[in-house]
Ligand binder design. Structure first.
Ligand SMILES: *[C@@H]1O[C@H](CO)[C@@H](O)[C@H](O)[C@H]1NC(C)=O
Ligand SMILES: *[C@@H]1O[C@H](CO)[C@@H](O)[C@H](O)[C@H]1NC(C)=O
Ligand SMILES: *[C@@H]1O[C@H](CO)[C@@H](O)[C@H](O)[C@H]1NC(C)=O
Length: 194
């Protein structure tokens, strides 16, 4: 009878090893050695603030120095130019005049993404060059139905002073020259950042 309950010390320790090795790996987290908790305070992440920027965005397609260049023509005869792609490096100025102070550039592209109306998909990094914002960027992505009075797009992230940014922009056409097709658009950006 005693033989039934007898377990040699070797088997016992082997058994214990099996149990602990199975449990220990997830607890010690060896497989996640590439992740560490970061300290938000050490990274300057304290109080979130909301900044409101207003500037004018210039889409210059005419003349010898366009800032906006068509890189793909619409492959269809669609009246909405479906499929068109323009690459932009558009100046952002504090006043509606192109000659007013430039604070950065809107770099990216817009593409005609609607077959029913003029509806653009815009993908832009707002790259600042002014003062403390110099070198910082935030990214705007959204839908722009250019003939609507006010359009809204998302601020989906940023770099430098705009790390962890989120927010939105509201945009209104200020002038559109039907001859040259150049446009000046007022941008009001509301950005939450640290
Ligand atoms: C666009 O229209 C022209 C003239 O009507 C026609 O020759 C051409 O095939 C059309 N292209 C497409 C992609 O529908
Ligand atoms: C912005 O930063 C760049 C690179 O550090 C520098 O060359 C440039 O002079 C700065 N511009 C302004 C307006 O401070
Ligand atoms: C449009 O641009 C043309 C060429 O630069 C200019 O002569 C005309 O005055 C502009 N129209 C408006 C409404 O600004």
């Amino acid at each position: 009878m005693a033989r039934v309950f007898f377990i040699s010390p070797f088997y016992l320790s082997f058994f214990i090893f099996l149990i602990f090795s199975y449990v220990a790996i997830p607890i010690l987290g060896d497989e996640y050695s590439y992740v560490k908790q970061a300290d938000p305070k050490k990274m300057g992440i304290r109080k979130e603030k909301l900044s409101h920027f207003r500037f004018y965005w210039h889409d210059i397609v005419s003349g010898p120095n366009p800032s906006s260049i068509q890189v793909v023509a619409s492959p269809t005869n669609s009246t909405t130019a479906f499929g068109l792609i323009n690459m932009i490096d558009n100046p952002l100025t504090i006043g509606p005049k192109l000659s007013s102070k430039m604070v950065g550039k809107a770099q990216g592209l817009y593409t005609s993404a609607s077959q029913e109306e003029i509806g653009l998909l815009m993908i832009m990094n707002f790259a600042f060059t002014d003062g403390k914002y110099n070198g910082s960027t935030f990214t705007v992505l959204g839908r722009n139905t250019v003939f609507s009075k006010v359009r809204e797009m998302s601020v989906i992230g940023g770099s430098g002073l705009f790390r962890f940014a989120k927010g939105y922009v509201q945009v209104k056409t200020y002038t559109f020259n039907t001859t040259t097709k150049d446009a000046t658009v007022e941008y009001n950006a509301y950005v939450l950042h640290y």
